[in-house]
Design a protein around this ligand. Structure first.
Ligand SMILES: Cc1ncc(COP(=O)(O)O)c(C=O)c1O
Length: 417
């Protein structure tokens, strides 16, 4: 075997729909030494992480912890632990990640009812209540921000709808948490999961989750402590055993409780990273972070419009942290992305399914929701589009973006007075 060189990945500015460049503070946290999983310092770090994520999710839920997996693992843990075979689940779909929820629910042998809206739009809460009334689901599973379409589903009324009809609500906030308003308790959301690699400024590999009391009851009904660690005091719950061992939230919750009932070995380095992601956000203040994402997202959108490009989807329901923009006629979307990467070391994204090759997705999230990242990307994109023969307005994009940042800075200064 030839010698394997040192690990030396190229420097990139990651301006796609995630992952983004991790905050150096997170990378530093992840380089700190390991301790044993039951070391008092480790259990106290776990407690701090729970407290920090309660702030991030805006909740008082006791069960606010990490699933050791990428965001998809958090989704899977929530759904496999909530859904018993045959349960009816309503999945409102407005993009690829709604389809993912439906697919996972089917693997849990749910009776899945899908309602779908055109990509680029979101649901009116009345449409969801109407479907709940007709189908009487046990669970509503829905995305907050569906990165594939860049749309943000308003959620403020969904929890109340679910409670009126005795259903639970699960929400995937992988792409939205930390950059868009999300209020777990005020909006009565029963289980919410996320990932680190978008607005939380970290790498993928840890899935923060929060679980409310109604969901806790549904999950603990299914508690079956595994043989080898169960004691005579452990009685199996009346519900069907959760079909996954790794993603069994009853066991994961027992592990994060004072009992520290052994399940997996906590991924210590990811815990350090996840803790730092939340610490950065809480230090900045959630409202300030959301305002920063709004300023960067608006500046990117206005810069693209000033070039003469067209945005995808309803602007009023756009995620703050990612924008979809149509590939102009006569231009190859992949060639532009290739030139941006090879000449400017900037990554932007394409999209999936019906949108593949038709739109680019440009992210302004987490550590990269910054003025310099937005301006550099707009300037580079303008250059690459010209090289690729696109007919665009030149010299307009950066000033248009700068104007948005100036307004946001003035607003911030005024608020601080
Ligand atoms: C909305 C949404 N949900 C889930 C996922 C899956 O996350 P992961 O790739 O970390 O498993 C993504 C990833 O982009 C996403 O954007």
């Amino acid at each position: 075997m030839p010698a394997v060189p040192d690990l030396n990945p190229p420097a990139r500015l990651l301006m796609g729909p995630g992952p983004i460049n991790a905050d150096p503070r997170v990378l530093r946290a992840m380089a700190t030494p390991l301790v044993g999983q039951f070391d008092p310092s480790m259990t106290s770090l776990m407690g701090e992480t729970m407290a920090l994520y309660r702030e991030v999710f805006r909740t008082r839920n006791r069960w606010t912890l990490l699933v050791d997996a990428t965001a998809r693992g958090g989704i899977e843990a929530a759904l496999v632990s909530l859904i018993e075979p045959g349960d009816r689940v309503l999945v409102p779909i407005f993009g690829r990640f709604g389809h993912l929820l439906a697919e996972i629910c089917r693997r849990c042998e749910a009776d899945v009812v899908e309602i779908e809206t055109e990509w680029g739009k979101v649901f009116d809460p009345a449409q969801i209540e109407d479907a709940v009334r007709r189908h009487r689901p046990k669970l509503i599973a829905i995305c907050h921000g569906d990165t594939s379409t860049t749309m943000l589903q308003p959620l403020a009324e969904i929890g109340a709808i679910a409670r009126r009809h005795d259903a639970l609500v699960y929400v995937d906030t992988t792409a939205s948490l930390g950059g868009n308003d999300l209020r777990t308790d005020d909006w009565h959301l029963d289980v919410v999961t996320a990932g680190l690699q978008k607005c939380l400024s970290g790498p993928s590999g840890s899935a923060p989750i929060t679980i409310g009391e109604r969901a806790e009851a549904a999950i603990y009904r299914r508690r079956h402590v595994e043989a080898g660690i169960a004691t005579s005091a452990d009685r199996a719950g009346p519900g069907v055993r959760i079909r996954s061992n790794y993603f069994d939230l009853a066991m994961v919750m027992d592990y994060w409780s004072e009992k520290r009932l052994n399940h997996h070995t906590e991924a210590t380095t990811m815990l350090y990273g996840a803790r730092e992601c939340a610490r950065i956000l809480v230090d900045e203040g959630l409202d300030a972070a959301i305002a920063r994402h709004k300023a960067a997202g608006d500046a990117m959108a206005e810069g693209l419009l000033a070039m003469g490009l067209r945005l995808f989807g309803e602007r009023a329901n756009k995620m703050a942290n990612v924008v979809g923009v149509y590939v102009p006629e006569g231009v190859s979307g992949d060639a532009v992305r290739g030139n941006l990467l090879s000449d400017f070391a900037i990554e932007i994204g394409t999209s999936f399914g019906p949108l593949h090759g038709k739109i680019w997705r440009i992210g302004t999230m987490g550590y990269n929701a910054r003025k310099d990242c937005v301006l550099t990307t707009l300037a580079a994109l303008e250059n690459v589009l010209l090289v690729n023969g696109a007919r665009i307005a030149t010299g307009q994009a950066v000033p248009a973006a700068l104007k948005i940042f100036r307004i946001a800075e003035e607003k911030r200064a005024k608020a601080a007075e």
